[in-house]
Design a protein around this ligand. Structure first.
Ligand code: KG4
Length: 333
């Protein structure tokens, strides 16, 4: 009998549902929430309300696209955390109700583990490997020993890489989310036009708040001289900022490769869509003798395919959640 998993993701501002049969992805539907753009960031209450509206149509569409009916489902896997509590509760409550009504197991997915397991969607990635997980909320270097055994070697002590891009984009008056805008502008700019401060943090941890502050002060000083400074130099600013962030990320990752001796290195999370970061990975493959793994764009930002694949492997291990398990806003891997 085949194993059919419905994956559900609602931890932040994307409502996702995906269906997987025997480890093969049949559908992956995401409804992104435009409502936050006007506020320059995710508004938790609005996110929860949008999830409420999206969850039924998104799940319905994922089942239809997969050609699967509810009674064919073997188990439901849902993100329990970390994330925004109100958002998580929509997906978790929906999944619990559906699992109870169908009489099938409920499986817990950790959002961060899910991002790493995006590398298992097409086929499982041989372990051990290192994973650089960079998103709007996280910047971590993870040692992956097995699909369910991960160790954080280093992480940000303040802002995440994506958050730094989003905040710098906001002070330049660009839209939200800033990462893709900076990526696009940077393609036409000179990455060596400006030099911003880099953190000096011990070990494998990251810090991005100092860069954000120095960027802010730099802009303020320049705007005093030329109120149109950002408008005149936006491409160079974006390229220089992006280069700095990529260099900060790669420096610690190279240290982690050296320390662990593991040369198989994967990239995950929303910021892994970034062109310069992807290029830096490819360069390491050539120059640093790394074996690199970069996910397709559709599996970089929040999606339910990564939750469905988590569910598939946990189902094989009969690793089920009890119905009284609560969603959690904060956690480690
Ligand atoms: O993993 P993700 O979808 O979820 C959250 O952590 O919320 O990551 C979103 C982050 C945002 O900060 C966004 O600006 C960033 O990923 N991002 C990018 C790019 N596409 C998305 N950052 C840089 N370049 C991109 N092309």
């Amino acid at each position: 009998m085949s194993i059919v998993i419905l994956g559900i993701e609602s931890s932040c501002d994307d409502t996702g549902a995906a269906v997987m049969r025997d480890g093969e992805l049949l559908s992956n539907v995401t409804a992104s929430q435009k409502v936050h753009e006007a506020y320059g960031g995710v508004v938790p209450e609005l996110a929860s309300r949008a999830h409420q509206q999206n969850i039924v149509p998104v799940v319905d569409q994922a089942l239809k696209q997969a050609g699967v009916t509810l009674d064919e489902l073997t188990a439901i896997c849902v993100t329990f955390g970390p994330g925004l509590m109100g958002s998580l509760l929509v997906g978790v409550s929906f999944a619990k109700g559906l699992a109870i009504s169908l009489g099938i197991p409920l499986i817990e997915a950790n959002h961060l583990q899910g991002h790493v397991l995006a590398h298992f969607i097409k086929s499982p990635l041989r372990t051990p490997f290192l994973c650089l997980l960079v998103s709007g909320g996280n910047s971590q270097i993870i040692k992956v020993n097995a699909y369910n055994d991960m160790e954080i070697l280093g992480q940000t002590i303040d802002d995440a890489a994506g958050e730094a891009m989003d905040k710098c984009s906001k002070v330049m008056g660009f839209g939200y989310p800033g990462g893709p805008i900076i990526d696009r502008l940077a393609r036409q700019g000179n990455p060596d036009a400006y030099h911003f401060s880099k953190p000096n943090i011990a070990g494998l941890d990251y810090s991005f708040s100092g860069l954000k502050t120095s960027f802010l002060y730099f802009l303020r000083d320049q705007q005093k001289e030329d109120p149109q400074f950002v408008e005149h130099h936006k491409e160079d600013l974006a390229a220089s900022l992006e280069k700095t962030i990529v260099e900060i990320l790669m420096k610690k990752l190279k240290m982690a490769v050296k320390q662990t001796g593991i040369r198989r290195v994967a990239l995950s999370g929303g910021v892994s869509a970034n062109t310069a970061l992807r290029q830096a990975f490819m360069n390491q493959q050539k120059a640093g003798n790394w074996e690199v793994f970069i996910p397709p764009f559709s599996f970089t930002t929040d999606n339910a395919a990564m939750i469905a694949v988590t569910g598939y492997y946990k189902y094989l291990d009969k690793d089920f959640a009890t119905i009284d398990k609560a969603a959690y806003s904060r956690t480690t891997i």
